[in-house]
Design a protein around this ligand. Structure first.
Ligand SMILES: *Cc1c(COP(=O)(O)O)cnc(C)c1O
Length: 363
């Protein structure tokens, strides 16, 4: 069965580490000690509490998170966080959004229902091909927080370092580059990620929240949209996505034990991305990258191929060669290779060789 698995370059839900899937398969009918599968046991059982604890503690270890922060698992993916964070922290006031692309814009539009979501900088006129220089965003002195999107999944651009929030709480949508490299978490008041890009299956977001922020949460929010309720109940106010959290525990264990942490993951990720960008840069314009080189994402490599016809042929021949999911997002077209943590180096080498051969025969 595994021999039919393609190299899956889809942006999300995305490829998962094979050892994780194999482990889950082994434990699918009976989670050790539980007498049933993870899907069939109480979320208040000791077995599941162990899984939840491990998922949290692995993420804390990987990111070097202190007890000043809570790690939460919330329903509704990253999109729900767009609204939830605004309900908890915007509350009719003003916040600054750095508009780097499709996802930043969606976050800003959702927040606008709860107050003034200002665009402090926009890359729209440049077709979202870069992130801003540190001094470019024009922040408002009244802003309740500054929101940015560390990696724009659709355009394929990524910040080299965090923007300067000038002392305001820094909020980050890190859905498509969560745990791809070490970060200084103390710079963040809130960081969230939809699970299905880099840490597990879809439907859940991982939220890292500095606990002092909880003092600002207003009374009377709906319980599942209230960070205080989620924190006080250790993400167990209602039945969470237990199987998703179980897979998150396995992926984070794989990152910690098999990869050896985020420094090592970052080295591998940079190496994978470099292989593809080198082909693009050496192609004499046959492959054309979307992102400005300094802002290139190491997670989503976006590019165009030759003519429209050649691009179509590229995608269909790639698929036939077991390289799937390379079509760009419907809103921008072109091609996109999503090379998250779980994409093996082998997969990227195969794609690189395919690109070289395709140009040799079509260029
Ligand atoms: C995929 C993605 C989202 C949306 O995630 P959902 O879990 O589908 O809500 C938000 N932000 C970024 C950066 C993404 O890549």
């Amino acid at each position: 069965m595994t021999s039919n698995r393609v190299f899956n370059f889809s942006a999300g839900p995305a490829t998962l580490p094979l050892p994780v899937l194999e482990q889950a398969q082994k434990e699918l009918l009976c989670y050790p000690g539980a007498g049933a599968s993870v899907m069939e046991i109480s979320h208040r059982s000791d077995a599941f509490k162990g899984i939840l604890e491990e998922a949290k503690s692995n993420i804390k270890t990987l990111l070097g998170i202190s007890d000043e922060y809570a790690v939460l698992f919330t329903p509704g993916g990253a999109t729900m966080q767009f609204s939830m964070l605004a309900m908890n922290f915007l509350k009719g006031a003003t916040a600054d959004y750095i508009n780097t692309g499709s996802w930043a814009k969606k976050a800003m539009q959702a927040a606008a229902r709860c107050g003034t979501a200002r665009s402090a900088w926009s890359g729209q006129e440049e077709k979202f091909n870069r992130t801003p220089q540190p001094e470019e965003p024009e922040l408002s002195p009244e802003a309740a927080y500054v929101h940015f999107t560390s990696n724009e999944t659709i355009e394929g651009i990524q910040y080299a370092t965090e923007p300067d929030a000038k002392g305001k709480p820094l909020f980050c949508d890190s859905s498509s580059d969560f745990l791809c490299r070490p970060i200084d978490i103390s710079k963040y008041a809130l960081l969230y990620a939809g699970a299905q890009k880099n840490i597990g299956p879809s439907g859940t977001a991982v939220v890292v929240l500095r606990k002092d922020m909880l003092e600002q949460v207003p009374d009377g929010l709906h319980p599942l949209l209230d960070y205080k309720v989620m924190e006080e109940n250790d993400s167990l106010y209602n039945t969470p996505a237990t199987f998703t959290i179980y897979i998150i525990s396995l992926v984070s264990r794989w990152l910690l034990k098999e990869i050896g942490g985020l420094e090592k993951m970052h080295v591998i990720n940079k190496h994978k991305a470099k292989m593809l960008y080198e082909v693009i840069d050496a192609s004499g314009g046959f492959y054309r990258g979307h992102a400005q080189p300094a802002c290139r994402s190491i997670m989503n490599v976006t590019f165009r191929v030759g003519t429209e016809e050649q691009e179509k042929a590229f995608l269909s021949q790639a698929k036939a060669a077991g390289l799937d999911g390379l079509k760009g997002h419907r809103s921008v077209g072109g091609c996109r290779a999503s090379i998250y943590n779980a994409m093996p180096v082998d997969g990227v080498m195969t794609l690189r060789d395919f690109m070289l051969e395709f140009q040799r025969t079509n260029g």
